[in-house]
Design a binder for this molecule. Sequence first.
Ligand code: SAM
Ligand code: DTB
Ligand code: SF4
Length: 313
Amino acid sequence: MTIDDIEALFEQPFNDLLHRAHLAHRAHFDPNKVQLSTLLSIKTGGCPEDCGYCPQSVHHGSAGETLLDLEEVVAAARTARESGATRFCMGAAWRGPKTRDLEPVLKMVAAVHALGLETCATLGLLRDGQAEQLAAAGLDYYNHNLDTSPEFYGSIISTRRYEDRLDTLARVRAAGLKVCCGGIVGMGEGRRDRAGLIAVLSALDPQPESVPINMLVRVPGTPLADGPSLEPLEFVRTIAVARIALPKSVVRLSAGREGMDDALQALCFFAGANSIFYGDKLLTTANPDARRDQRLLEQLGMTPAPHEDMTAP
Ligand code: SAM
Ligand code: DTB
Ligand code: SF4
């Protein structure tokens, strides 16, 4: 689909767009299933990159903590599994892992894999051989977001290029890992930029297995803290367009749910979202607690399922 095709989807009347997205959703997925991923920040803060949205950048005053111990990570993964998560995603505030950083992370990946959880990591840009090492340790998914359109990107991040991100995504794919790649909306971008992000995602071949759509979490002290907020219905449109353009991807209703009521989240599920971050924390900011999410899913008649069991009956 071209960017113009994708922008035209955004322009449709809301009910037409949602109807089309929901049909696309049902063609490929059981609409009553939802995949649950739990996040853990294994290395928080002090990141040298200058991503304007991120509370973990040194440019916005964040101090760095040390890497968590293996035992702490395994304990958190066990708790996530007991609460019903099927995937455990480990995030690090790095530009990318140095050689000495990767060794302990490989041990974490192997230990979480041994618990029977799907494993995901988001460690920044990868260099030669690192994706292969992660795959050999038992990593299933690598998360690396494009964040926004190529055109808007430069007004949010100056320390790494769009092409650097595409290069890491290619390395991840070449190593046989599954790709988790999406972006953030509500950063002051226009509709054309939201369409541009989805156009690049949909042109990845193969398309990413997982597509997180984050609503910007406005963290005080970050450059984007005080910008205008995105209309909630425009967020629903973004989910719907992602569903149509990425029909076989699991689309995750990601950061920003803490600020959304049940009705808005239900509309996102109808529009084609079929995954959430599950657990009371994202990386550094709040997420709805597990009990609230369990109640919401129960009210909607949605049941948790692992990624491979989500396909249409
Ligand atoms: N440092 C690594 C990187 O950037 O690739 C991995 C961790 S980074 C925090 C992972 C993703 O979190 C970013 O790509 C961004 O899409 C998302 N993110 C960070 N801060 C956010 C915020 N305030 N609101 C929404 N999403 C955010
Ligand atoms: C993604 O797309 N969103 C997650 C995960 N991938 C790593 C991170 C959201 C972070 C929100 C801000 C925070 O908690 O620090
Ligand atoms: Fe660093 Fe990732 Fe935050 Fe950018 S998004 S500042 S790379 S932790």
